[in-house]
Design a binder for this molecule. Sequence first.
Ligand code: GTP
Ligand code: MG
Length: 204
Amino acid sequence: MEIKSAEFVMSNSDVSKCPSQPIPEYAFIGRSNVGKSSLINMLTSRKNLAKTSGKPGKTQLINHFIINKNWYLVDLPGYGYARVSKSSKKEFQKFITNYFEQRKQLVNAFVLVDIRHEPQTIDLNFMMYLGEQGIPFGIIFTKADKLKPEAIERNIEIYKAKLLETWESLPPYFITSSSKYVGKEELLNFIDDTNKEITQLQRP
Ligand code: GTP
Ligand code: MG
């Protein structure tokens, strides 16, 4: 799929104020600093569309971007960021769960995990939560440029084995590097296919 246009629409912390156009939406979620915002820039080939930072906790709100004028990408804050107070952490979690539980346009979530690390409970729990909510999701392994191909393969196998302890089948997964533009086509094709399926379903 060719990205002809990518525009920032709005930021907010209230799901009821998110854009109302009934078009398919894809959200990126995962630990702070895993590379959610960088991935959005990579997918859209726009360097500064989503704000990134070397320090965790950069993205604080629900950010909507409209792509090719007919679908949304959503950049979300990271979970597992320890430097906020307990009360603001709770509030934060609430608006994120509200988003996942109420956003009708959401057709697929992508859970980002750093390919260098072993499966983390916080990510596995979030996938369970998405499953319980009936939200389809895929896994995006990030920062593949940091490992050699053998290590990538080994870590993917470890991850799959871990998932199969609780899931009957594996979700779609993607190996990516935002700095090296790895995985861009696979992800855009997946989104394109999903958009097409939805349009077909909507036909009378
Ligand atoms: P929060 O908004 O804080 O939740 O973080 P985020 O998940 O949006 O991460 P962000 O995209 O801001 O990236 C965090 C850091 O990781 C930045 O320093 C990026 O340059 C770096 N980074 C992101 N993706 C990659 C990648 O594919 N490879 C490498 N080497 N670094 C990356
Ligand atoms: Mg971010």
